[in-house]
Structures are given as C-alpha cells and as structure tokens.
Design a protein around this ligand. Structure first.
Ligand code: NDP
Length: 327
C-alpha cells in the first residue's frame, strides 16, 4: 500500500481532495513504475485540487503536474530499476494521474533522466515552473537579448523566481516586477538588480509605445501587464509569454510589433519534445545556482496540499513549494 492525494467527485458534481491509501494494482497502465520522492505545487495544481476540479479530465484523480523519483520497475529498455527520473508535462496531473503519490505508473516517453548533478529534491524545487522559466530564457536567447535590463513579471512566484535567478546568473541586469513589496529582499537575494512595483507597469499611460526600457521579458502574468510591457520593450526585443496569473485577456495594440519589431514568444512546457527537455534540464543544472534554488524552497507534505492549492491561486505562494510525498 502507498499514500496519494486523491480528488473525487460526488453525484452532485462536488469535488473533494484527501490523502488515501492505494494499492499498486490501482495504478493506471504504463511502462515505468516510479517510487516518487518529490512533487511541487504549480498554478495548474491549484486549479485541479480546488473546487470544481479545474483541468481534471476523469475521476478519481491523483493531481500533481510534475514528479521526481527512482524507477522501481520498467518494461522500457531506456530505464532500469534505480534510475533517477523527472517528469513534467504531457498533461500528467490533469488527464493522467500525477505526482501527489508515493508510487506512479507512467509512459517511458514522458520521463527524462535526471542530470547527474541534481538530486530529486532539487529537480522538484525547479519543477514545472522552473523548467518553463528555463525554456523562456532559452527562447529569449534564441531571439537575442538586447542591451538593457531584462524584465521578469510575477517575479516572486515560481516561474518568476527561477527566471530571475537564471538570468542574473547569466550576467543580465534583472528588473523584477512584484505586487508584494515585502518580497524585495528575497528577489534581490536571487539576483534582481531592480524591483519594479506591479502598479508602476500597469499605471504607465495607455499609449501603445512608451520609452524603450527592457532588453527582454519573461512574463508569468499575462493580461494587462503583458499588454503594457509590449510597449516598453527595446527595438527588436522579445517577450516570452509564459502564464496568465493576471488574466487571459490581453488588451494590447499591434503598434509595438509594427514600429518596434517586438517578438512575442509563446512558451509551452507541456508538449516539449524529448531532446528539448533534456537540453533544458542540462541548462538548469549548469545555469541555476543551487544556493539560490535553496532560498526559493517552501517544504510541504501531501496533507498540506489542499490549503497550498488555494494559496497559489490567490498569488500568495513565494518561490517553489516542494512536496516530500514520503514525509
Ligand atoms: P505563482 O502563483 O507561483 O506565481 C504567479 C505570480 O504572478 C504571483 O506570485 C504574483 O507575483 C503574480 N500575480 C498573481 N496574480 C496576479 C495578478 N492578478 N496581477 C499581476 N500579477 C499577479 O505561479 P507560477 O509561477 O507557477 O505560474 C505562473 C503562470 O505561469 C501561471 O499562469 C501558470 O499557469 C503559468 N505556467 C505556464 C507554463 C507553460 O508551459 N506555459 C508552465 C508553468 C506555469 P508577485 O506577487 O511577485 O507580483
């Protein structure tokens, strides 16, 4: 028997999440059985744990969009018992059972071998949010980062914290946008050189173009914030659009694209091909300082998850929540 957080739906359509004991024969089909060690809390997890079930496709469901652990059994020649693995994406935790469990059975294609220099806890301190932050930075690099500070929005959150630390470590000046002034010291400790209050971006006049201020941007917020940021980019600079914590609608003008050649780059971590995932994890191992990663971690257990799920939806989580599923 093992423990997992299970979300169920009753006959009236009401969902509830609780830690349950399951047996191995209740696991779904798959090529690889993983003894899970850590998972994390991402924005999507908040939706899946919370009332209504968010993105959950079928019940009962085990949420958790990422996991890291050790292979226990494998029908796939690429993995053998004892291998350390990490999984993000592929709609795990939404359409398929996810990482809030001590045992998981998954498709071998979804896994990536853990880089030798990372342990499973560090891998999940990075998790889906940090993996996505790395993809966002790589996309900016592919299009060229201009000579000006790089803006990170939603900076105190998971994607924002990791993006700030990576960009600073790569030698960029990082302007961290936050709605929580009390996180300024934390953001500076990750390497931010400038703290920009959220209202300052949103309050700038609604002209389609403002002064050219930023050499690139990792945007975890979307909505009004993204619309305003587009008009503040340097000529030819790029914005990696990662998230919608501030809303899905984007009241933007085409002018920044036409008159400043701004690039809007969509970042999707879910369906990344194997080679890209390996490349991003290798870059994380190389370019993300582990002491800064450590400063982002909030430890949690399976039974903490219902409360943490609602906290992340309200923008209250700082850094990365790492769930020790065996604690
Ligand atoms: P977090 O909740 O950890 O961080 C989001 C941050 O955004 C908050 O900490 C807050 O930062 C800011 N924020 C929250 N609400 C608002 C608001 N109403 N207006 C302005 N800013 C706000 O989430 P994650 O970092 O894990 O994820 C961020 C987004 O990225 C989510 O929308 C998530 O779904 C998406 N995402 C997308 C992925 C992809 O593949 N494209 C993968 C992973 C995540 P502060 O307090 O500093 O202002």
């Amino acid at each position: 028997m093992f423990k997992a957080l299970v979300v169920e739906k009753d006959e009236e359509g009401k969902t509830s999440a609780a830690v349950q004991e399951l047996s191995l024969d209740q696991l779904p089909d798959g090529d690889v059985t993983v003894a899970v060690e850590y998972s994390t809390v991402n924005y999507k997890d908040g939706l899946c744990i919370g009332p209504g079930g968010g993105l959950v496709r079928n019940y009962p469901h085990v949420p958790g969009i990422d996991m890291a652990g050790t292979v226990e059994a494998s029908d796939d020649p690429r993995y053998k018992a004892g291998d350390k693995v990490v999984l993000t994406g592929w709609r795990v935790g939404e359409a398929y059972w996810g990482g809030y469990t001590q045992k998981a059975r998954v498709k071998a294609d979804w896994l990536v071998p853990l880089p030798a220099s990372l342990d499973t806890r560090q891998a999940m301190a990075v998790g889906t949010a940090g993996f996505t932050a790395m993809l966002a930075v790589m996309a900016l690099e592919d299009h060229g980062i201009k000579d000006a500070p790089v803006l990170v929005t939603g900076a105190a959150g998971g994607v924002g914290s990791v993006a700030t630390a990576i960009l600073a470590n790569l030698g960029h000046q990082v302007a961290a946008v936050t709605g929580r002034p009390e996180t300024a010291d934390y953001l500076r400790s990750l390497g931010a050189t400038q703290i920009v209050p959220r209202e300052e971006i949103n309050a700038i006049t609604r002209r389609p173009l403002e002064a050219e201020a930023w050499g690139g941007c990792v945007d975890a917020v979307g909505g009004e914030m993204l619309a305003r940021v587009l008009g503040q980019m340097k000529y030819g600079a790029s914005v990696s659009a990662v998230g919608l914590a501030g809303g899905a609608g984007m009241p933007a003008s085409v002018i920044p694209f036409l008159l400043r050649g701004v690039n809007l780059l969509g970042i999707d971590s879910v369906m990344q091909p194997y080679d890209n995932r390996v490349r991003a994890w290798d870059r994380i191992a190389k370019d993300l300082p582990m002491d800064k990663l450590e400063a982002m971690i909030q430890p949690a257990t399976l039974s903490d998850l219902p409360e943490l799920g609602s906290g992340i939806l309200q923008g209250q989580v700082k850094g990365r929540v790492v769930v020790d599923v065996n604690a």
